[in-house]
Design a binder for this molecule. Structure first.
Ligand SMILES: [Fe+2]
Ligand SMILES: [Fe+2]
Length: 152
């Protein structure tokens, strides 16, 4: 079943919420492609999803560093563990194993859980600073620089 965006997934930091929404869209696209048994699309969406998620993680980690979040390191470790898990699935997928359904379930549960628990935790603690750092006010500011750096 597709993920529906609900308000309890909003962190209130617009740029982060937009990135999370985009990841959710990719997860839903993956499910659609799998339901159509459209394997080329599955492969393509999976690649885009991993690529985009890695950019989001790097962006978020950099934001946490910028605002001095005390648990930036463990948060980064959680991101890394997730990427490892996904690449495990990707390898099995590439080897011809049928893992898409299991992967899709893992992606949806993991992401929702991570946003609600870990991402909300940093927003509770350093949300005000993160808000300020992500205002698109000045050119050459943190937001513009970081979007360019992590999303190209
Ligand atoms: Fe995160
Ligand atoms: Fe996040």
């Amino acid at each position: 079943m597709g993920i529906t965006w609900t308000t309890d997934l909003n962190t209130g930091i617009e740029v982060i919420d937009n990135q999370h929404r985009r990841i959710v869209e990719y997860i839903n696209q993956l499910e659609q492609a799998a339901l159509r048994r459209d394997m080329p699309s599955v492969g393509r969406v999976l690649e885009d999803l991993v690529d985009y998620t890695q950019s989001h993680f790097a962006f978020e980690e950099s934001l946490q560093e910028e605002v001095g979040y005390q648990y930036a390191k463990p948060h980064k470790a959680v991101h890394e563990m997730f990427i490892k898990r996904v690449s495990g699935y990707q390898q099995r997928h590439a080897a011809g194993e049928n893992v898409i359904e299991a992967l899709h379930t893992m992606l949806s549960t993991w992401l929702i859980h991570h946003i609600k628990r870990d991402d909300m935790a940093y927003v509770r603690e350093v949300g005000v600073k993160a808000q300020a750092a992500t205002q698109p006010t000045q050119t050459g500011g943190w937001l513009g620089r970081s979007l360019k750096r992590f999303f190209g």
